[in-house]
Design a protein around this ligand. Structure first.
Ligand code: ADP
Ligand code: ZN
Ligand code: ZN
Length: 740
């Protein structure tokens, strides 16, 4: 028997199958990870296929040395998917296969953890007699009593109850009354305990959505896009759908944008499905992640909730993949190979006959456009559950506030609403999309902004330790006393950040209690869960936070939501900034009035007439979509085109730019006059919007390409070019999450 094997080396040169012999002593299946000799070394590899004979000189074929697990780590469907990713992302197969496994599994960096257990070997009805016979040792009697249920007990438990438990235990073992053995222990990532609430009676809209979704568990259907307003009860739809899948013996994957954003979703699922559920995300320890992955692979956990990479979870007989908050950019991988988890979900659904449900209150322009074209089926839930109204949104033009002499960060309206809300014993959430004490430090005399010495971005002032920090590279510097440029003392933090708002709130509303959630306060493993729990328990009246509190959270006591600085995201140099601003504001507004009391929302802005802001105020997705879609069409942005760029990084900008120019000229020289050239609408070499990151100068060749099957040939060629040697590091990005 022979095996075709992909050796786990990420290089184009070895991106092909190698043939090895399967020794009789080994039990090898396709999908297994194995150790093989490769040149002078030993490498890990993946078994792609078994075959009876080999085309090569059989005497030269080397044998597989060992199987790394006794089961195939890769499911057949996921191996097929890997081939597809290899084609699409133009990467070696082994890099696509690596996506399917916990990173720590490679190179044996995590091991199965075992725990010692003790158990009686005598029948339970003889225990009393045994206890009687051990009158001379209290410890032995106690040990026998603890073990009298006949069940295995962890040694840790016994040690905590009996000092030097080994002594009496060894005695019992010698008398053949007990035994000690090792058992696999699973490291559990669960936090806290949750009780299952009773199932609510479904709303008509929920029932209707389910009546379309449930048949798709059995019969191939187009992907679904569920457009349900905030508070329409989308989670309950997921729960019922997953339950139905389980009943049919099928598994489910639920993708969430970021685990820290969705602690409640996990709790809801866990309270309903208990241990049938596994969680996969980056905050797990390597051991926990490996154990969760194994529970899925071995079929103990049939439901997986996780971030982007959970789309590759080894769930067999998959019934449904749900992508919650499908508009989130976290579904785009920022590493090579760059994949879009939504695209993978659709592809897996098709291949494995599973239903695919994308869902959002603010669908991505792309997915909504797909429903217009008839590629996806649109499901709508336009009302909140229990006839709760959508919150009332007020736009405040901050330019008027300044004219009226209000220099503070809160408009008169927001201030009044906060007083009222807290006065009535309700809770409020304030959203600000920045972290730190202030966004930047400026000199009011000469206008100088302090920038990171290695990145082309402003440094942020942190009042706790009076330092300046760069959020790109982590550089820390003390706050200067004088302007480095003009030596004037008028150098001050400008703008506002969560810490400054927190101080201001504590001053204005003493005793109300403020919980701040941002990257700094949620660094610990369970910190975000704890803060959310404290706010839910009413220990503070105001929850203040960044993007982190914008979505997914459901606090029935919150009646007021304030967006302190709505426009910040509108000014990013990215064609998606109107879309992102609209989404963020609608999601933030959606946190208000989810309980019995109706909600109020105050959006503070300097651009109240921008369609992304006014559209968010009326929460009219369709109107926003229509405008944004027209703009994309007119300006040739996705989904009408594909954005691609070569990012060139070098020590000096002149080098980076020179490489960008060279690549641009090569592309033009190679393709002009060919039919493929008509697929390139736009090509331009330039500095990247952020000109330096981590002390590397950044230039780019930005392209708009026609969405067309032919374009793949172009991209494949671009990938080859990017792989060549240049005096700069060159990366090809296709529709990247960030164009900064
Ligand atoms: P969405 O994700 O659409 O914003 P959620 O799924 O968070 O909305 O649901 C909002 C709230 O409504 C939650 O507290 C949820 O428990 C509750 N809910 C969901 N469905 C129902 C229902 N059919 N009847 C009563 N309450 C419901
Ligand atoms: Zn100055
Ligand atoms: Zn930096």
């Amino acid at each position: 028997m022979y095996a075709e094997i992909i050796v786990d080396i990420a290089s184009e040169q070895v991106d092909r199958v190698f043939t090895y012999a399967v020794p009789d002593t080994l039990n090898i299946w396709p999908g297994m990870r194995v150790r093989v000799p490769f040149g002078p070394r030993e490498k890990e590899g993946y078994v792609i296929r078994l075959k009876e004979r080999s085309d090569y000189d059989e005497s030269k074929i080397k044998p597989i040395l060992a199987a790394l697990e006794d089961y195939p780590a890769l499911l057949p469907e996921l191996m097929e998917l890997a081939w597809e990713i290899r084609e699409k992302c133009h990467c070696p197969l082994c890099e696509a296969l690596r996506l399917m496994l916990p990173a720590e599994m490679r190179g044996g960096r995590v091991k199965v953890k075992t725990e010692e257990y003790a158990q009686l070997t005598i029948p339970t009805d003889r225990v009393d007699e045994a206890i009687d016979s051990q009158k001379r040792s209290k410890k032995r009697q106690l040990l026998l009593t603890i073990l009298s249920d006949g069940q295995p007990h962890p040694m840790d438990e016994l040690r905590s109850m009996i000092h030097d438990v080994r002594v009496p235990l060894n005695y019992l073992i010698e008398k053949e009354m007990a035994r000690v053995f090792e058992k696999e222990a699973l490291r559990s990532p669960y936090y806290g305990r949750v009780d299952a609430p009773p199932d609510p009676e479904l709303t008509d809209e929920q029932k209707e959505a389910l009546s379309e979704l449930i048949p798709a568990l059995q019969k191939q259907e187009k992907p679904f896009l569920l457009h349900g307003v905030t508070g329409s009860g989308k989670t309950e739809v997921y729960i019922r759908l997953v339950r139905q899948a389980l009943k049919m013996g099928k598994g489910a994957i639920i993708l969430v944008p970021e685990i820290v954003l969705t602690p409640q979703m996990i709790n809801w699922f866990r309270s309903r499905f208990g241990n049938a559920m596994a969680v996969l995300h980056s905050r797990l320890s390597p051991g926990e992640r490996f154990d969760e992955w194994r529970r899925i692979r071995l079929g103990d956990a049939r439901i997986v909730i996780g971030a982007r990479s959970a789309v590759f979870a080894p769930v067999e007989n998959l019934g449904v993949i749900i992508v919650d908050e499908e508009h989130e950019q976290t579904y785009l991988s920022d590493r090579f190979p760059q994949y879009d988890a939504r695209e993978i979900a659709v592809s897996r659904g098709k291949r494995e006959g599973a239903a695919v449900l994308l869902s959002s209150a603010t669908p991505s322009i792309y997915s909504y456009a797909m429903t217009r074209r008839g590629d996806y089926t649109l499901l709508e839930m336009p009302h909140r559950v229990l006839n709760r109204p959508l919150p009332r949104v007020h736009l405040v033009d901050m330019r008027n506030e300044l004219r009226m002499g209000n220099h503070g960060m809160f408009s008169t309206l927001l201030q009044r609403e906060l007083e009222e809300c807290i006065g009535q014993g309700h809770q409020a959430m304030l959203f600000i999309n920045r972290r730190g004490y202030a966004s930047s430090v400026n000199c009011r005399k000469c206008g100088e902004t302090i920038k990171c010495s290695r990145c082309d971005v402003s440094m942020t002032y942190h009042s706790v330790d009076q330092t300046l920090r760069c959020h790109y590279c982590g550089e820390i510097r003390p706050m200067p006393k004088l302007c480095p440029s003009c030596q004037s003392p008028y150098i001050k933090p400008m703008g506002i950040g969560t810490q400054k708002v927190e101080e201001e709130l504590n001053k204005r509303f003493p005793g109300a209690g403020v919980i701040r959630m941002d990257v700094d306060t949620t660094a610990g493993k369970n910190a975000h869960f704890e803060l959310v729990d404290r706010f839910r328990a009413g220990q503070a009246k105001i929850l203040l936070g960044t993007q982190m509190i914008a979505k997914g959270l459901d606090f029935p006591q919150v009646t007021l939501v304030g967006a302190v600085m709505a426009d910040l995201t509108l000014n990013f140099p990215d064609y998606r900034s109107p879309e992102r601003t609209f989404q963020l504001l609608v999601q933030v507004a959606g946190r208000a009035g989810r309980g019995e009391q109706p909600g109020e929302v105050v959006i503070q802005t300097y651009q109240p007439d921008h369609y992304a802001i006014s559209g968010a105020a009326t929460q009219d997705y369709r109107a926003f979509f229509a405008q944004e879609f027209e703009r994309r069409k007119a300006d040739l942005y996705p989904p009408f085109t594909m954005m691609a760029r070569f990012l060139c990084e070098a020590k000096e900008m002149t080098e980076a730019r020179a490489v960008a120019e060279e690549i641009k000229n090569r592309v033009i020289a190679e393709f002009s006059g060919t039919p493929l050239f008509r697929r390139i609408f736009f090509i331009r070499a330039d500095e990247a919007p952020i000109t330096r990151i981590q002390d590397r100068a950044r230039a780019q060749v930005l392209m708009k390409l026609l969405n067309h099957p032919d374009t793949d040939a172009l991209l494949a060629r671009f990938q080859e070019i990017a792989g060549e040697e240049f005096p700069a590091k060159v990366i090809l990005e296709i529709n990247p999450a960030s164009l900064a």
